[in-house]
Design a binder for this molecule. Structure first.
Ligand code: G
Ligand code: MN
Length: 302
Protein backbone atom coordinates (compact mmCIF):
# COMPACT_ATOMS: atom_id res chain seq x y z
CA UNK A 1 0.00 0.00 0.00
CA UNK A 2 1.39 3.37 -1.00
CA UNK A 3 1.54 6.48 1.13
CA UNK A 4 3.83 8.80 -0.74
CA UNK A 5 2.71 12.35 -0.05
CA UNK A 6 1.85 13.85 3.31
CA UNK A 7 -1.72 13.04 4.32
CA UNK A 8 -3.47 15.99 5.91
CA UNK A 9 -6.97 17.06 6.91
CA UNK A 10 -7.51 19.07 3.71
CA UNK A 11 -6.67 16.07 1.50
CA UNK A 12 -9.06 13.89 3.51
CA UNK A 13 -11.89 16.44 3.25
CA UNK A 14 -11.37 16.59 -0.53
CA UNK A 15 -11.28 12.79 -0.71
CA UNK A 16 -14.63 12.56 1.14
CA UNK A 17 -16.13 15.06 -1.32
CA UNK A 18 -14.60 13.17 -4.30
CA UNK A 19 -15.99 9.84 -3.06
CA UNK A 20 -12.55 8.28 -2.75
CA UNK A 21 -13.46 6.54 0.51
CA UNK A 22 -15.39 3.31 0.62
CA UNK A 23 -16.37 0.73 3.19
CA UNK A 24 -15.31 -2.88 3.22
CA UNK A 25 -17.27 -5.40 5.28
CA UNK A 26 -15.75 -8.21 7.33
CA UNK A 27 -18.26 -10.99 8.12
CA UNK A 28 -18.59 -12.50 11.59
CA UNK A 29 -19.48 -16.18 11.77
CA UNK A 30 -21.58 -17.67 14.58
CA UNK A 31 -19.80 -20.60 16.24
CA UNK A 32 -23.08 -22.43 16.92
CA UNK A 33 -24.90 -22.08 13.63
CA UNK A 34 -21.98 -21.34 11.28
CA UNK A 35 -24.06 -18.48 9.88
CA UNK A 36 -22.96 -14.91 9.21
CA UNK A 37 -24.43 -12.96 12.11
CA UNK A 38 -22.93 -9.54 11.47
CA UNK A 39 -20.34 -7.59 9.54
CA UNK A 40 -17.85 -4.98 10.67
CA UNK A 41 -17.55 -1.92 8.42
CA UNK A 42 -13.95 -0.87 7.80
CA UNK A 43 -13.09 2.28 5.88
CA UNK A 44 -10.73 2.21 2.92
CA UNK A 45 -9.26 5.09 0.92
CA UNK A 46 -8.38 4.61 -2.72
CA UNK A 47 -6.76 7.96 -3.43
CA UNK A 48 -6.91 9.05 -7.09
CA UNK A 49 -3.33 10.29 -6.76
CA UNK A 50 -1.68 7.96 -4.28
CA UNK A 51 -3.63 4.71 -4.64
CA UNK A 52 -4.75 2.67 -1.62
CA UNK A 53 -3.72 4.37 1.60
CA UNK A 54 -3.13 2.44 4.81
CA UNK A 55 -6.21 2.96 7.06
CA UNK A 56 -4.07 3.31 10.19
CA UNK A 57 -2.42 6.38 8.59
CA UNK A 58 -5.58 8.24 7.57
CA UNK A 59 -7.49 7.30 10.73
CA UNK A 60 -4.63 8.71 12.78
CA UNK A 61 -4.70 11.98 10.81
CA UNK A 62 -8.48 12.26 11.24
CA UNK A 63 -8.28 11.54 14.97
CA UNK A 64 -5.71 14.30 15.41
CA UNK A 65 -7.38 16.88 13.19
CA UNK A 66 -10.04 18.25 15.45
CA UNK A 67 -13.71 17.53 15.94
CA UNK A 68 -14.94 19.01 12.65
CA UNK A 69 -13.20 16.43 10.46
CA UNK A 70 -13.89 13.63 12.96
CA UNK A 71 -17.61 14.44 12.80
CA UNK A 72 -17.59 14.76 9.00
CA UNK A 73 -15.84 11.41 8.58
CA UNK A 74 -18.18 9.63 11.01
CA UNK A 75 -21.15 11.06 9.16
CA UNK A 76 -19.77 9.68 5.90
CA UNK A 77 -19.20 6.23 7.47
CA UNK A 78 -22.63 6.05 9.13
CA UNK A 79 -24.40 7.28 5.98
CA UNK A 80 -22.55 4.76 3.79
CA UNK A 81 -23.27 1.87 6.18
CA UNK A 82 -26.95 2.89 6.44
CA UNK A 83 -27.27 2.97 2.63
CA UNK A 84 -25.84 -0.56 2.56
CA UNK A 85 -28.29 -1.70 5.25
CA UNK A 86 -31.19 -0.26 3.22
CA UNK A 87 -30.01 -2.09 0.10
CA UNK A 88 -29.60 -5.36 1.97
CA UNK A 89 -33.05 -5.04 3.54
CA UNK A 90 -34.53 -4.54 0.08
CA UNK A 91 -32.95 -7.91 -0.77
CA UNK A 92 -34.26 -9.63 2.37
CA UNK A 93 -30.89 -9.49 4.17
CA UNK A 94 -31.19 -8.39 7.81
CA UNK A 95 -27.59 -8.55 9.00
CA UNK A 96 -26.46 -5.73 11.30
CA UNK A 97 -23.40 -3.64 10.42
CA UNK A 98 -20.98 -2.73 13.22
CA UNK A 99 -19.39 0.69 12.84
CA UNK A 100 -16.16 1.76 14.57
CA UNK A 101 -16.63 4.99 16.54
CA UNK A 102 -13.81 7.07 17.92
CA UNK A 103 -13.98 7.89 21.60
CA UNK A 104 -13.40 11.54 20.69
CA UNK A 105 -16.62 11.57 18.65
CA UNK A 106 -18.57 9.80 21.39
CA UNK A 107 -17.81 12.73 23.68
CA UNK A 108 -20.01 14.91 21.45
CA UNK A 109 -23.66 14.76 22.34
CA UNK A 110 -24.35 15.94 18.75
CA UNK A 111 -23.43 12.45 17.61
CA UNK A 112 -26.73 11.29 19.11
CA UNK A 113 -28.63 13.90 17.12
CA UNK A 114 -26.87 12.84 13.93
CA UNK A 115 -27.55 9.12 14.48
CA UNK A 116 -31.23 9.78 15.23
CA UNK A 117 -31.66 11.96 12.16
CA UNK A 118 -29.89 9.48 9.86
CA UNK A 119 -32.01 6.60 11.20
CA UNK A 120 -35.05 8.71 10.40
CA UNK A 121 -33.75 9.73 6.96
CA UNK A 122 -33.14 6.10 5.96
CA UNK A 123 -36.20 4.82 7.85
CA UNK A 124 -34.17 2.28 9.82
CA UNK A 125 -34.62 0.87 13.34
CA UNK A 126 -31.74 1.45 15.82
CA UNK A 127 -31.23 -2.32 16.07
CA UNK A 128 -30.00 -2.45 12.45
CA UNK A 129 -26.48 -1.42 13.41
CA UNK A 130 -23.97 -1.58 16.23
CA UNK A 131 -21.13 0.57 17.35
CA UNK A 132 -17.65 -0.57 18.31
CA UNK A 133 -15.82 1.42 20.97
CA UNK A 134 -12.14 0.89 21.49
CA UNK A 135 -10.89 0.37 24.99
CA UNK A 136 -8.88 3.28 26.24
CA UNK A 137 -7.61 4.19 29.65
CA UNK A 138 -9.67 7.34 30.09
CA UNK A 139 -13.02 6.38 28.60
CA UNK A 140 -14.73 5.40 31.83
CA UNK A 141 -13.69 8.75 33.31
CA UNK A 142 -15.62 10.69 30.65
CA UNK A 143 -19.22 11.31 31.79
CA UNK A 144 -20.27 12.53 28.33
CA UNK A 145 -19.28 9.23 26.72
CA UNK A 146 -21.20 7.33 29.35
CA UNK A 147 -24.24 9.50 28.65
CA UNK A 148 -24.00 8.97 24.88
CA UNK A 149 -23.47 5.20 25.20
CA UNK A 150 -26.31 4.88 27.71
CA UNK A 151 -28.64 6.82 25.39
CA UNK A 152 -27.67 4.66 22.39
CA UNK A 153 -28.18 1.53 24.48
CA UNK A 154 -31.65 2.71 25.55
CA UNK A 155 -32.51 3.39 21.89
CA UNK A 156 -31.62 -0.24 21.09
CA UNK A 157 -28.24 0.28 19.39
CA UNK A 158 -25.87 -2.61 20.14
CA UNK A 159 -22.57 -1.58 21.72
CA UNK A 160 -19.41 -3.65 21.40
CA UNK A 161 -16.19 -3.14 23.32
CA UNK A 162 -13.49 -3.47 20.66
CA UNK A 163 -9.89 -4.64 21.14
CA UNK A 164 -10.87 -6.02 24.54
CA UNK A 165 -7.96 -7.27 26.70
CA UNK A 166 -5.52 -4.65 25.45
CA UNK A 167 -5.94 -2.14 28.25
CA UNK A 168 -6.02 -2.38 32.01
CA UNK A 169 -9.37 -0.61 32.18
CA UNK A 170 -11.24 -3.70 30.91
CA UNK A 171 -13.08 -4.50 34.11
CA UNK A 172 -14.01 -0.88 34.72
CA UNK A 173 -15.38 -0.91 31.23
CA UNK A 174 -17.64 -3.87 31.78
CA UNK A 175 -19.22 -2.45 34.88
CA UNK A 176 -19.62 1.15 33.68
CA UNK A 177 -20.45 1.06 29.98
CA UNK A 178 -23.66 -0.18 28.43
CA UNK A 179 -22.08 -2.91 26.32
CA UNK A 180 -23.82 -5.91 24.80
CA UNK A 181 -20.77 -7.50 23.20
CA UNK A 182 -17.02 -7.78 23.76
CA UNK A 183 -14.54 -8.36 20.97
CA UNK A 184 -11.34 -10.01 22.15
CA UNK A 185 -8.33 -8.42 20.47
CA UNK A 186 -6.45 -10.35 17.80
CA UNK A 187 -3.12 -10.16 19.67
CA UNK A 188 -4.72 -12.24 22.42
CA UNK A 189 -6.34 -14.69 19.99
CA UNK A 190 -3.02 -15.24 18.20
CA UNK A 191 -1.48 -16.46 21.46
CA UNK A 192 -3.90 -19.42 21.32
CA UNK A 193 -1.63 -21.00 18.69
CA UNK A 194 0.63 -22.00 21.57
CA UNK A 195 -2.25 -23.55 23.57
CA UNK A 196 -1.81 -27.22 24.40
CA UNK A 197 -4.70 -29.69 24.31
CA UNK A 198 -3.60 -31.24 27.64
CA UNK A 199 -3.57 -28.12 29.77
CA UNK A 200 -4.55 -24.50 29.28
CA UNK A 201 -1.84 -21.86 29.01
CA UNK A 202 -2.28 -18.48 30.69
CA UNK A 203 -4.08 -16.97 27.67
CA UNK A 204 -6.54 -19.86 27.69
CA UNK A 205 -7.15 -19.50 31.43
CA UNK A 206 -7.75 -15.74 31.15
CA UNK A 207 -10.12 -16.21 28.21
CA UNK A 208 -12.00 -18.96 30.06
CA UNK A 209 -12.61 -16.55 32.96
CA UNK A 210 -13.62 -13.68 30.64
CA UNK A 211 -16.15 -15.91 28.89
CA UNK A 212 -17.49 -17.15 32.22
CA UNK A 213 -17.92 -13.54 33.34
CA UNK A 214 -19.45 -12.52 30.00
CA UNK A 215 -22.03 -15.32 30.18
CA UNK A 216 -23.02 -14.20 33.69
CA UNK A 217 -23.28 -10.59 32.50
CA UNK A 218 -25.28 -11.64 29.43
CA UNK A 219 -22.63 -10.38 27.01
CA UNK A 220 -21.81 -11.86 23.63
CA UNK A 221 -18.11 -12.67 23.07
CA UNK A 222 -16.49 -12.38 19.64
CA UNK A 223 -12.96 -13.49 18.71
CA UNK A 224 -11.15 -11.09 16.39
CA UNK A 225 -8.35 -11.82 13.94
CA UNK A 226 -8.77 -15.61 13.80
CA UNK A 227 -6.20 -16.70 11.23
CA UNK A 228 -5.45 -20.39 11.89
CA UNK A 229 -7.41 -23.62 12.40
CA UNK A 230 -5.77 -23.98 15.82
CA UNK A 231 -7.14 -20.57 16.89
CA UNK A 232 -10.58 -21.52 15.55
CA UNK A 233 -10.50 -24.83 17.44
CA UNK A 234 -9.57 -23.07 20.68
CA UNK A 235 -12.15 -20.26 20.41
CA UNK A 236 -14.79 -22.92 19.73
CA UNK A 237 -13.72 -24.98 22.76
CA UNK A 238 -13.57 -21.90 24.96
CA UNK A 239 -17.21 -21.11 24.14
CA UNK A 240 -16.93 -17.90 22.09
CA UNK A 241 -20.19 -16.91 20.40
CA UNK A 242 -18.75 -15.80 17.07
CA UNK A 243 -15.47 -15.09 15.29
CA UNK A 244 -14.07 -12.95 12.56
CA UNK A 245 -10.68 -13.00 10.87
CA UNK A 246 -8.84 -13.87 7.69
CA UNK A 247 -9.53 -17.59 8.16
CA UNK A 248 -13.22 -16.91 7.50
CA UNK A 249 -12.90 -13.79 5.36
CA UNK A 250 -10.85 -10.58 5.12
CA UNK A 251 -12.78 -7.29 4.95
CA UNK A 252 -14.34 -7.41 1.47
CA UNK A 253 -16.18 -5.02 -0.89
CA UNK A 254 -19.99 -4.82 -0.71
CA UNK A 255 -20.60 -7.06 -3.70
CA UNK A 256 -18.46 -9.90 -2.32
CA UNK A 257 -20.10 -9.60 1.10
CA UNK A 258 -23.51 -9.63 -0.60
CA UNK A 259 -22.58 -12.72 -2.62
CA UNK A 260 -21.31 -14.51 0.49
CA UNK A 261 -24.49 -13.75 2.45
CA UNK A 262 -26.83 -14.72 -0.41
CA UNK A 263 -24.87 -17.91 -0.96
CA UNK A 264 -25.39 -18.83 2.66
CA UNK A 265 -29.10 -18.12 2.28
CA UNK A 266 -29.07 -20.54 -0.68
CA UNK A 267 -29.99 -17.75 -3.00
CA UNK A 268 -28.35 -17.17 -6.33
CA UNK A 269 -26.08 -14.17 -6.12
CA UNK A 270 -27.10 -12.97 -9.59
CA UNK A 271 -29.22 -9.94 -10.36
CA UNK A 272 -28.41 -8.08 -7.20
CA UNK A 273 -26.79 -5.33 -9.21
CA UNK A 274 -30.19 -3.81 -9.96
CA UNK A 275 -30.27 -2.78 -6.30
CA UNK A 276 -27.39 -0.42 -6.97
CA UNK A 277 -27.68 2.93 -8.67
CA UNK A 278 -25.86 3.40 -11.95
CA UNK A 279 -23.77 6.15 -10.37
CA UNK A 280 -22.00 3.51 -8.30
CA UNK A 281 -19.09 2.07 -10.14
CA UNK A 282 -18.78 -1.68 -9.98
CA UNK A 283 -15.85 -2.55 -12.20
CA UNK A 284 -13.49 0.26 -11.25
CA UNK A 285 -14.21 -0.31 -7.56
CA UNK A 286 -13.48 -3.99 -7.85
CA UNK A 287 -10.06 -3.27 -9.32
CA UNK A 288 -9.32 -0.49 -6.91
CA UNK A 289 -10.25 -2.55 -3.89
CA UNK A 290 -8.09 -5.54 -4.59
CA UNK A 291 -4.83 -3.98 -3.34
CA UNK A 292 -6.52 -3.18 -0.02
CA UNK A 293 -7.56 -6.80 0.45
CA UNK A 294 -4.18 -8.10 -0.63
CA UNK A 295 -2.34 -5.79 1.70
CA UNK A 296 -4.62 -6.86 4.56
CA UNK A 297 -3.69 -10.46 3.94
CA UNK A 298 -0.01 -9.55 3.61
CA UNK A 299 -0.03 -7.64 6.87
CA UNK A 300 -1.60 -10.67 8.56
CA UNK A 301 1.11 -12.89 7.20
CA UNK A 302 3.87 -10.47 8.24
O1 G B 1 -9.48 -2.69 15.99
P1 G B 1 -10.36 -3.34 14.98
O2 G B 1 -10.90 -4.63 15.41
O3 G B 1 -11.45 -2.44 14.47
O4 G B 1 -9.37 -3.65 13.76
C1 G B 1 -9.81 -4.11 12.56
C2 G B 1 -8.55 -4.25 11.70
O5 G B 1 -8.07 -5.59 11.80
C3 G B 1 -8.82 -3.97 10.23
O6 G B 1 -7.81 -3.15 9.70
C4 G B 1 -8.80 -5.34 9.61
O7 G B 1 -8.39 -5.28 8.27
C5 G B 1 -7.82 -6.10 10.49
N1 G B 1 -8.08 -7.53 10.51
C6 G B 1 -9.24 -8.16 10.28
N2 G B 1 -9.12 -9.50 10.38
C7 G B 1 -7.81 -9.74 10.68
C8 G B 1 -7.04 -10.94 10.89
O8 G B 1 -7.51 -12.07 10.83
N3 G B 1 -5.72 -10.76 11.18
C9 G B 1 -5.14 -9.52 11.26
N4 G B 1 -3.84 -9.45 11.55
N5 G B 1 -5.83 -8.38 11.06
C10 G B 1 -7.15 -8.48 10.77
MN1 MN C 1 -13.45 -2.87 15.26
Amino acid sequence: MKHIGAINAKLIEEAIANQEFLLHYQPQSCLYSGKIVGVEALSRWNSKIQGAIDPSIFINVIENSGIELIAKFHEWVIRTAFKQIVKWREMGIYIPIDINFSTRYLQERECLTLIKSLLQEYNLPPSCFGIEVTESYSITKMPDIQFVLQSLHEMGVKIALDDFCTSYSSLDYLSELSATKIKIDKRFIHRLDAESTQSRNSTGIILESIIDMAVKLGLEVVAEGVETMKQLEQVTLLGFDAYQGYLFSPPIPWYLATTMILNEMNRKPNNFLNHYSSSESFISESFLKLPAITSDICSAAA
